[in-house]
Design a protein around this ligand. Sequence first.
Ligand code: SAM
Length: 258
Amino acid sequence: MRFDIVTIFPAMVEQVLSAGIVGRAISRGTLDVTVHDLRDFTTDRHRVVDDVPYGGGPGMVLKPEPIFRALETIERDGGARPLVLLTSPQGTRLTQEVVQRLSRAAHLVLLCGRYEGVDERVRCRVDEEISIGDYVLSGGEVPALVIVDAIARLVPGVVGDQQSVADDSFSRGLLDFPQYTRPAEMVPPADGPAVVAGTMKVPDVLLSGNHAEIRRWRKREAVSRTLARRPDLLDTATLDDEERAILRTLKEQEHERH
Ligand code: SAM
């Protein structure tokens, strides 16, 4: 899968992309990511990418022409027309469902805004605006990295074990089950809250070697966690028969308690 990221801070984006799962996928050629410096698409001596807003007011606005030139260059080099995404707090909220939809594109271009944002006319070249949440960041670089990382996990060959992606929170509408590693038992931290004491031993079932029991325990934990923390997800979750039965039992138990 191919990504092109257009930014005024290429070093910031490249630094993050070089690490971890995404970094390895880029080195192996599973992902093709190019970071473009917006200033390379200016035509003036000072490589100016921003200007004051018409109508007055604080801050600066990213000029449209360098962005249009960057898109022209990327499209000329890239063959089929890519899907152009503008990072924006006003866009479609990024969810795992949106990530899944975007991962079906072969080529994505991500435009990173800065300052007060981009000139409104840029939107005529944008297929979709994407927000990573209802808060305002200083720039689109972190959102672009979030989008690339979330999509990359769904590209075959990027994450070593596809089952771990299938089990991830939200992939079927359930939160992931709790994970433990060694040691099997440990002394609670002296300053930890009292409730921690009960969780310092790994649940026996995970040490039992009984894979059927472990699978069932994990399903039960995933369903009960989702019910406790994000019951809204259960309205649209894709549950199998066993998970539906677990949910019914949990709801009955809750009902009896009240
Ligand atoms: N004035 C703009 C507004 O209120 O809609 C906010 C501009 S923000 C300071 C600068 C840039 O950061 C935006 O153009 C966008 O690229 C990026 N950005 C900020 N918050 C974002 C979010 N929640 N999701 C995606 N991009 C965001």
